[in-house]
Design a protein around this ligand. Structure first.
Ligand code: XMP
Length: 325
């Protein structure tokens, strides 16, 4: 398949068009792969999830999915990958909980770029180790989409975690490489993936590692994960998940004094970030109703150990970036 989207290619906007695309790709993948095995790094993000579902339909157990939990996933994400792919779609899924490996390497590391390098490098190592244990793999599937081709020489998003060392070369299977993100979502829905997976907001490859500022500790990472889960649940209850592009919690490496149960209580602040954007190049602040901010604040303060203040970031991009890092 060429890397150029033909001008005549219709935009996939309906389940019917998605089904026609799926049928066509299923036939192409079967022809390309034959009875050989295909390996896929399944992060649980939209693109790799849709590729996994498509390949399961095309070649079933000839697809081997590897999900590496780097310990920086949001609450419930790895569990959802296992539930959807292993339990519902009966995929050949290898789950690796590499939390300790990643967090041990990251201990004491403050500098954002260094943290990213460690997470990216270790991800490749863990994935390659797993790949080398498998026999008879001939192909590597990737969730490359058309913007990746337009923006970065066909390499999956410039700052994504993923890929394999160069010496491990496989022929690529990239069934959604000519699709835009909205089309990938339509195809994902037609394949029966849950909306919570297909409509997922963007999430950095290094995960919560970019939102747990400074040197990551397990207790602060846990506080971030729990506070983030509360924010997401309350946004979903209020229907804001449909209108707000990206929303999350940041927990900086600083403590302030508070008071709890009449005692001095030192804790971290949880910072709410909720933005709207078209292309992530610039962003505006979503106006969240005060009543909802109060509810989220009350829940985080009552339910999350170690957090003693909740702040709301009003900074647009520019000057701020979307992530804090
Ligand atoms: P910034 O912070 O640069 O973020 O304004 C712009 C958008 O990019 C997302 N982002 C990432 N996405 N891998 C990704 O796939 C990454 O490593 C990464 N880092 C930032 C960020 O969440 C925002 O949507």
């Amino acid at each position: 398949m060429s890397n150029v989207r033909p001008e005549t290619m219709e935009r996939i906007t309906t389940p019917e068009l998605a089904n026609a695309f799926i049928d066509e790709q299923v036939a192409l993948v079967r022809e390309q792969v034959g009875d050989k095995k295909v390996l896929l790094a399944l992060s649980g993000g939209v693109d790799s999830s849709v590729v996994a579902a498509l390949l399961i339909k095309a070649i079933g157990k000839q697809l081997v999915c590897v999900h590496v939990n780097h310990g920086l996933m949001r609450k419930g994400e790895s569990e959802q990958v296992i539930e959807v792919f292993r339990n519902q779609l009966d995929a050949n899924l290898i789950y690796i909980d590499a939390t300790d490996r990643f967090l041990d390497l990251l201990a004491g590391v403050n500098e954002p770029e260094k943290k990213r390098k460690i997470i990216g490098g270790e991800f490749i190592k863990v994935f390659a180790e797993e790949a080398s244990k498998l026999e008879g793999i001939s192909f590597l599937a990737q969730g490359t989409i058309y913007p990746d081709i337009l923006e970065s020489d066909g390499v999956k998003a410039h700052h994504n975690v993923g890929g394999l060392p160069e010496e491990m070369e496989f022929e690529l299977v990239e069934p959604v490489k000519l699709l835009f993100k909205d089309e990938v979502r339509v195809v994902g829905k037609a394949l029966g993936l849950p909306a919570s997976m297909v409509d997922r907001q963007p999430f950095p490859g290094p995960g919560l590692g970019v939102r747990c500022l400074g040197a990551i500790t397990r207790d602060r990472l846990n506080a971030l994960r729990e506070a983030d889960a509360i924010l997401r649940a309350e946004f979903e209850n209020a229907g804001l998940n449909k209108t707000v592009w990206q929303y999350f919690i940041v927990v900086p490496d600083m403590k302030s004094v508070g008071v709890k149960d009449s005692k001095r209580y030192e804790g971290w602040p949880a910072i709410i970030r909720a933005i709207n954007t078209k292309d992530a190049m610039s962003a505006t602040i979503e106006e969240i109703p005060y009543s909802l901010l109060h509810k989220i604040t009350d829940r985080i303060l009552a339910e999350v150990d170690g957090i003693n203040r909740v702040l709301y970031d009003l900074t647009p991009k520019p000057v701020g970036t979307i992530e804090w890092e």
